[in-house]
Ligand binder design. Structure first.
Ligand SMILES: [Zn+2]
Ligand SMILES: [Zn+2]
Length: 279
């Protein structure tokens, strides 16, 4: 049986970084390819691992903060123009996702009109199927069974995490937020847990209130480690580094995750993690 794989497509944050794309993570196994969040540069990073948007089985959005959806329009457009036949891009996200996607399609109207006029073999615009989901929902994406759990990223609401299971192995995509009971529930016995994190010690040094504000709704490295340990997770994958370290210099980040005794992954964009299936 083939294993599943996690690829950190973008390990960045809202802070521009020439070496880090915005938050986005790929989960794939068998013939199924899931994109979680669609931050800055996501389509370029997908290309680096041999995936073009028409290959995506689904896009899962954890929440509607701009850094996590800034290139969703590129996913939609590239899916459209690279599909030989009209094919929908399936987008799952919290309540509010439909309005955001409608806004993106509105913004793309000039482009859609140009291409429909110019290409005789394009007869319809982008096909997007939006599925708004809430905690407790579950659905199937190809070979993956996906379950939705609530996260705590208040005042951003609603926000969700996804547990993607295939052949007995579970991968949880935590998104942004602080530890909470519903995330703990979603994580129980998971094989891998991808969590966005910040360095509390360094953020506190920045003398700017707007920066200090991020402390109360993001997990620190230590909190992510404790959450993973509580749930008995085998592999903890950190991403969305704030502030981002120089490439490859993660020793300090690793040293803050002492509460976790499993496999800890911190890495640059395109870091891949194999998650062994149990089938
Ligand atoms: Zn956020
Ligand atoms: Zn974020």
């Amino acid at each position: 049986m083939s294993d599943s794989e996690i690829v950190l497509l973008g390990t960045g944050s809202p802070l521009p970084d020439p070496n880090r794309a915005g938050p986005s993570t790929l989960v794939r196994g068998g013939s199924s390819v899931i994109l979680c969040d669609a931050g800055r540069g996501v389509v370029m990073r997908l290309a680096a691992v041999g995936v073009i948007p028409p290959f995506l089985s689904a896009v899962l959005l954890t929440h509607l903060h701009s850094d996590h959806i800034s290139d969703l329009n590129d996913v939609i457009t590239t899916h459209w123009v690279m599909s030989g036949e009209p094919a929908p891009v399936n987008i799952y996200g919290p309540v509010g996702t439909r309005a955001v996607v409608n806004g993106i399609l509105e913004m793309l109207q000039p482009d859609i009109a140009y291409r429909l006029t110019h290409h005789d073999d394009l007869s319809v615009g982008p096909q997007v199927e939006v599925h708004e989901v809430s905690a407790g929902d579950s659905f199937t994406v190809g070979e993956f069974h996906v379950r939705v759990g609530a996260t705590d990223h208040r005042p951003v609401e609603p926000t969700v995490a996804y547990r993607c299971e295939r052949l007995g192995a579970a991968i949880v995509l935590g998104g942004d937020g602080v530890p909470c009971a519903s995330l703990d529930d979603l994580l129980v016995g998971a094989d891998a847990y991808v969590q966005t994190v910040i360095r509390e010690d360094l953020v506190k040094l920045v003398p700017r209130q707007r920066f200090q504000d991020i402390l109360d709704y993001h997990s620190t490295v230590g909190q992510a480690a404790d959450t993973a340990q509580r749930a008995g997770v085998r592999i903890l994958v950190l991403t969305h580094y704030v502030p981002a370290p120089p490439l490859g210099q993660y020793d300090e980040w690793r040293s803050l995750a002492t509460g976790f005794t499993g496999q800890l992954v911190v890495g640059d964009d395109l870091t891949a993690v194999t998650v062994a299936t149990r089938g």
